[in-house]
Write a protein that binds this ligand. Structure first.
Ligand SMILES: C=C(OP(=O)(O)O)C(=O)O
Ligand SMILES: [Mg+2]
Length: 429
């Protein structure tokens, strides 16, 4: 292994899949190894997330990141140069202390995360390995169950449908590659059905079809029809996963379904979702209620957590402390894991460790604003998380990740294990 002492850190402004600036960090080590990583960006964010540093003003809608790039070049670089990139915990602790705020608002989580991930890649390369192998060693052989968006809605498709993500999983597939094959057929079938019915408007932020529905349930009916048209058995072979992203249209126990022109309270939301679970082959629901509705989250989990996966995203914001609190209340049974919700790899991993401690499952997730960066694929594999949610076909920043997982599966050969449906979260009784 060559020297892992950091020789230089450089921040630069690059662009994400929504045409917004974002932060890339490049870390070079004394031994010559190099790591590059790019921060992603969310659109439907939880209030408890670490904050990106954005410039405001008029350029690029206020999304410019010159300040965050300056954080990397002027503050982080001088602080971490000379530190050991292989000691991620010490490096990340230095980033947290340098920022000095509870939510990375001074330096920006986009600045700290890009450096944290780039250092990890550099240390892996110095070790002659890709990140997943560096992080997980020989035991890292579990290919994640992919959760792939077929229809986009909510903040990712101009609020054309209230629900944000209509996704599928393939619990009966026998390999990652097979799960991707099956999902591609369902994606193609869904597009065909929508085109036939005059409901297709384009492609949403994460690559799912942008629909012109008049009711949320139309999306569920279309998904089932697509699974069948593609030749699969709904539920057993290919099942539905939803990200309701309820924080986006709910607050204080009131939920406004704009598409249908009606408002529901917490009980109404739970009853609506229970009806959908009875009527459609739904295996996983993310953020069924808003981030401020912990009691509703617990009530929903009590009802269905023994038979479907209940995922906390805006509700848990990749925060180990919140995972422990949620477990005490019996809210959710699965944690969505997004590195930029915390801003360092060490804190992100702590949330996954907390999930394992309390018996929750995990899903590593991309953001709706992405790039060619594939770090999350390596984390899902290296940490053995078992599920990965990235977005869909028709967008290359998504396919960069799915294709990286294909390469890793092929490289593992006979040692590769596919997570399948066994990894789905379930509440303990
Ligand atoms: C990926 C998601 O969207 P965003 O990145 O906009 O939060 C999500 O809500 O799970
Ligand atoms: Mg979500």
């Amino acid at each position: 292994m060559s020297s892992t002492i950091i020789a230089s850190v450089r921040g630069r402004r690059v662009w994400d899949s929504r045409g917004r600036p974002t932060v890339e960090a490049e870390v070079r080590l004394e031994g010559g190894a190099r790591g590059i990583a790019i921060a992603p960006a969310g659109a439907s964010t939880g209030s408890g997330e670490a904050l990106d540093r954005r410039d405001g003003g008029t350029a690029f809608g206020g999304y410019d990141v010159k300040g965050a790039v300056a954080s990397v070049n002027e503050e982080i670089a001088p602080r971490v140069t000379g530190m050991d990139a292989a000691d991620q915990a010490v490096l990340d602790a230095a980033l947290i202390a340098l920022d000095g705020t509870p939510n990375k608002s001074r330096l920006g989580a986009n600045a700290t995360l890009a450096v944290s991930m780039a250092a990890a890649h550099a240390a892996a390369h110095a070790n002659g390995k890709l990140l997943w192998k560096h992080v997980g060693g020989d035991g890292a052989t579990l290919l994640p169950l992919p959760q792939i968006q077929i229809l986009g809605g909510g903040a990712h498709a101009g609020r054309r449908v209230d629900i944000q993500d209509f996704l599928v999983i393939c619990p009966a597939a026998t390999s990652f590659a097979e799960a991707l094959d099956w999902t591609a057929e369902v994606y193609r079938a869904a597009g065909g059905i929508m085109k036939d019915r005059g409901l297709l408007q384009g492609v949403a932020d994460e690559g799912g079809w942008w629909p012109a529905f008049t009711a949320n349930e139309q999306a569920l009916e279309t998904l089932v029809a697509a699974i069948e048209r593609a030749g699969f058995k709904p539920g057993t072979q290919v099942a539905i996963a939803l990200d309701i992203a309820a924080t986006d249209f709910g607050k204080g126990g009131r939920y406004r379904l704009g598409l249908e022109g009606r408002e529901l309270d917490t009980d109404g939301m739970i009853r609506m979702l229970l009806g959908w679970i009875d009527a459609y082959p739904i295996a996983s629901i993310e953020d069924p209620l808003a981030e401020d509705d912990a009691a509703g989250f617990a009530a929903f989990t009590r009802e269905v957590g023994g038979r479907i996966q209940v995922v906390g995203d805006d509700f848990l914001v990749t925060d180990a402390a919140r995972v422990h609190e949620a477990a005490k209340a019996g809210a959710a049974n699965t944690v969505l894991i997004k590195p930029n919700q915390r801003g360092t790899l060490t804190e992100t991993k702590a949330a996954w460790e907390a999930a394992k401690e309390v018996g929750y499952a995990g899903i590593v997730s991309a953001r709706s604003g992405e790039t060619e960066d594939v770090t999350i694929v390596h984390l899902a594999l290296g940490w053995g998380v078992g599920q990965l949610k990235v977005g869909s076909f028709a967008r290359s920043e998504r396919m960069a990740k799915w294709n990286e997982a294909l390469r890793i599966e092929e490289g593992l050969g006979a040692r590769a294990r596919f997570a399948g449906g066994a990894v789905l979260g379930r509440s303990r009784r």
